[in-house]
Ligand binder design. Structure first.
Ligand SMILES: Cc1cc2nc3c(=O)[nH]c(=O)nc-3n(C[C@H](O)[C@H](O)[C@H](O)COP(=O)(O)OP(=O)(O)OC[C@H]3O[C@@H](n4cnc5c(N)ncnc54)[C@H](O)[C@@H]3O)c2cc1C
Length: 383
């Protein structure tokens, strides 16, 4: 490809990761991010398999590893907050090779700083015409390639492929920050009741805690730009529920980067239209239930960057990525059922398993078997 002026919409994970490769290849790169600053929110995310190879090739694996969450243990609590089972994270997470776990915000900052691309905050694409792009601010500029890296609800995708509909997996997820009065340090706490899951993590006793709240629900109608309405939906789902639901809800108005979205996948039948190409969640969100969204974004950015620079183009990018993406999407669909169990029986069964696992003589093999499909999906591409 001889045209080298690219606009990337979205500075989450996929956007800056692609910018990194294109800046290095001498392309003229602009990133536009709707938020007024880098969004530092989110829970911890996994980087696994092929995505760790990408971090190595970027020269960023060591820096990411330094920011690894270093999680020590996972604890399950009951309605009253009593600890009913604790397991060492090393056993439960079954990490392999160079896999790592990092707070989403830390990874975003690392990628953004390493990319060094010209980034415009507080603006977004409003119109794409034959040669030019109009921004919401009114600015008009010409670009050769436009990359939609603006996440699950990508409005850039909406402009060029309005027919793509989200595949709702039957749940919603919210992530926000609270004061860490849980006394946790590199420990994850999980509380489940039918159709609802609360999880909490803090890097240190003096650090804020990140709370995740997930609830089963049919698709809800709400304005995606109306944060107050999203907080009301979360309150309606968790008010008066178990563990510390009400304490956490009482802090959502003070949370610095409140995140609320559906657990959905993007089943886009094609990833490009004209000079616009989809990357990361915008094109193939596997849902947070898969734990693979960040890895797909990193690998996708690497493959797209390589194909743009070497001239393979969008078709080659899609051909190389499709089988890997489909494996991970299938894995995500299976996982969502386990993430939010529907019945007390299923929760009791899971809790019993967690309580007794540490006494199992072949516990490592049991976990290995459970996690094998995840590792297979994470490595289902050669780069
Ligand atoms: C604040 C936040 C918290 C998250 N927390 C978690 C989590 O805890 N667990 C998990 O599994 N996944 C989480 N995700 C999703 C996860 O980051 C992605 O699945 C994955 O990393 C792929 O990244 P992405 O860059 O494709 O999308 P995202 O990380 O979603 O990044 C998209 C970026 O585009 C920006 N954007 C949106 N619309 C526009 C627009 N019209 N124009 C310009 N910019 C736009 C967003 O502000 C965001 O910065 C979170 C996403 C966000 C934005």
């Amino acid at each position: 490809m001889t045209n080298r002026k690219v606009l990337i919409s979205g500075s989450g994970v996929a956007g800056p990761a692609l910018a990194f490769w294109l800046v290095r290849a001498g392309w003229d790169v602009t990133v536009v991010e709707r938020a007024p600053e880098l969004r530092a929110g989110g829970y911890k995310v996994d980087v696994r398999g092929a995505a760790t190879t990408v971090l190595h090739r970027m020269g960023l694996h060591a820096a990411a590893k330094e920011r690894d969450t270093g999680m020590r243990q996972v604890t399950y609590v009951n309605k009253a907050g009593r600890r009913i089972a604790s397991l060492p994270a090393d056993l439960l997470m079954g990490r392999r090779g160079d896999d790592l776990e990092i707070m989403r915000g830390d990874l975003g900052v690392l990628l953004h700083e390493a990319a060094g691309a010209h980034t415009i905050f507080g603006d977004a694409i409003s119109e794409i015409s034959a040669r030019s792009v109009r921004f919401e601010s009114g600015r008009v500029e010409e670009f050769d390639v436009i990359v939609a890296a603006d996440g699950l609800n990508s409005s850039t995708r909406g402009l060029v492929m309005p027919e793509v509909r989200l595949d709702h997996l039957g749940a919603y997820i919210s992530i926000f920050e609270v004061e860490n009065d849980l006394g946790i340090e590199r420990e994850e706490i999980m509380y489940t009741e039918p159709g609802r899951l609360i999880f909490a993590y803090a890097m240190g006793a003096g650090e804020p805690a990140r709370i995740g709240m997930t609830f089963a629900s049919e698709p809800l109608g709400y304005d995606r730009r109306d944060i107050a309405a999203q907080k009301d939906l979360l309150r309606a789902a968790f008010a008066g529920r178990g563990w510390r639901s009400d304490d956490f809800l009482a802090q959502i108005d003070d949370a610095p980067d409140f995140y609320f979205d559906s657990m959905s996948q993007v089943p886009a039948p094609r990833w490009s239209s004209g000079r616009v190409v989809l990357l990361g969640d915008a094109g193939y969100c596997p849902s947070p239930a898969s734990g693979q969204g960040t890895s797909l974004a990193l690998v996708g950015a690497y493959v797209l960057g390589q194909q743009l620079v070497d001239g393979g183009g969008f078709a080659e990018y899609e051909r190389i990525m499709r089988p890997y993406v489909e494996k991970n999407m299938a894995f995500g669909r299976r996982m969502v059922r386990d993430m939010v169990p529907a019945s007390r029986l299923a929760i009791g069964f899971r809790n019993y398993g967690m309580r007794t696992l540490r006494f199992h003589p072949r516990k490592e093999q049991v976990i290995d078997k459970v996690l094998a499909p995840m590792h297979e999906a994470a490595n289902a591409i050669t780069i």
